[in-house]
Design a binder for this molecule. Structure first.
Ligand code: FMN
Length: 354
């Protein structure tokens, strides 16, 4: 692979390596993308205080997140469909996180299953839960995550319905990808991607398919999931999840100080200050703008994690300076995965560490 010195280099390679519909699925946001842009613009606008003549020969990045030691305050965020960005993508990213001494969070909407990732790594990983209308599904994946030894459960609370992503609709993005004439031309120019996906263990939503198969279902996992996002989701459901999950519990997608206080009062172990990478409620403020007030209010009681727009170590530093305990990266690792599989994810983590 060409020399890469920052995440933008990985992004440029990713754009050449994977089909356009998938690149846009990763890269773009919902509606007018106001929040997507604000995430980056507000991080970029922060200026650092430059102090000098301090011995910086000994710096340590090691810390703990949710009680687990990590080599740096950066973990991999849950993202749907990583296993289509590169074949077996979730297994590869989990391995890269393990090698880097940090944590990988597996999405409910992954291609590889919980059990695939369990098999691929020795380290424990985190699991992200969408509470679907079919509570039988949610209960069964919670049990599977427990059986796999997942060390924390992240309940995503900012997706009662999917935000409209114009580009996904325009591309007619489906899982598994459908071979249309337009796709065929695009696929033909991405041979490495085609090979990786053809060689992969799965091409559908693994966790959902395993559940539907268990019920003797023949429904397409993509449309089943789309119809199962739950608009009634409320704090009561968090109590329900708590009853099923004795381990570390995190709410992902908190952007308001009142919700953060309520989460802490509900007894969760952590929150992720996040707007889903600008893919959900467009017009919501940037995560970095929301962070300081939330960290001040609850940071002494629970772990305040942060995501949204992290593309460098400096971005991580800015989030820590504003009160985050650690950061999660979404697109930064996906660009690496698209560019060069497991090595690309390692590269993304190394670039941010450096
Ligand atoms: C392609 C993609 C898919 C995502 N899928 C999920 C998901 O399945 N569950 C979830 O909780 N968050 C999901 N997210 C949001 C990420 O976990 C994270 O909040 C976001 O990517 C952070 O912003 P960043 O991409 O600028 O780092 C996804 C993000 C991307 C880019």
């Amino acid at each position: 692979m060409a020399l890469t010195t920052n995440i933008e280099d990985l992004r440029r390679i990713a754009r050449r390596r994977i089909p356009r519909a998938l690149f846009d699925y990763v890269d773009r946001g919902s509606y007018d993308e106001l929040t997507l842009r604000a995430n980056r613009a507000d991080l970029e606008a922060i200026r650092l205080r430059q102090r000098v003549l301090v011995d910086v020969s000994q710096v340590a990045l090691k810390t703990s997140l949710l009680g687990e030691e990590v080599s740096m305050p950066v973990a991999i965020a849950p993202t749907g469909m990583a296993g289509l960005i590169h074949g077996n993508g979730e297994m590869l990213a989990a391995r890269a996180a393990e090698a880097a001494g940090t944590k990988f969070c597996l999405s409910t909407m992954s291609i590889c299953t919980i059990e695939d990732v369990r098999e691929a790594t020795k380290a424990s990983f985190w699991f992200q839960l969408y509470v679907f209308r079919d509570r039988g599904f949610s209960k069964s994946v919670i049990e599977r995550a427990r059986a796999a030894g997942c060390s924390a459960l992240f309940v995503t609370v900012d997706l009662p319905m999917r935000g409209q992503r114009h580009m996904d609709l325009k591309h007619g993005l489906t899982v598994p990808p459908r071979l249309t004439l337009r796709n065929a031309i695009d696929f033909a120019t991405k041979p490495a991607w085609v090979a990786s996906v053809l060689r992969a263990r799965r091409r559908g939503f693994g966790n959902v398919e395993a559940f539907l198969k268990g019920r003797g279902g023949i429904i397409r996992s993509g449309s089943w999931a789309n119809e199962n996002y739950d608009r009634t989701l409320s704090w009561r459901d968090i109590d329900w999840v708590r009853g099923l999950w004795p381990g570390k519990l995190v709410l992902k997608g908190i952007l308001d100080v009142e919700d953060a206080k309520r989460a802490a009062a509900a007894g969760v172990d952590g929150i992720v200050v996040s707007n889903h990478g600008g893919r959900q409620l467009d017009g919501a403020r940037s995560s970095i703008a929301a962070l300081p007030e939330i960290a001040d209010a609850v940071g002494d009681r629970i772990d305040v994690l942060f995501d949204g727009g992290i593309r460098s170590g400096q971005d991580v530093l800015k989030a820590l300076a504003r009160g985050a305990r650690g950061c999660m990266i979404g697109r930064a690792f996906l660009y690496g995965l698209a560019a060069d599989g497991e090595a690309g994810v390692r590269r993304a983590l190394d670039l941010i560490r450096a």
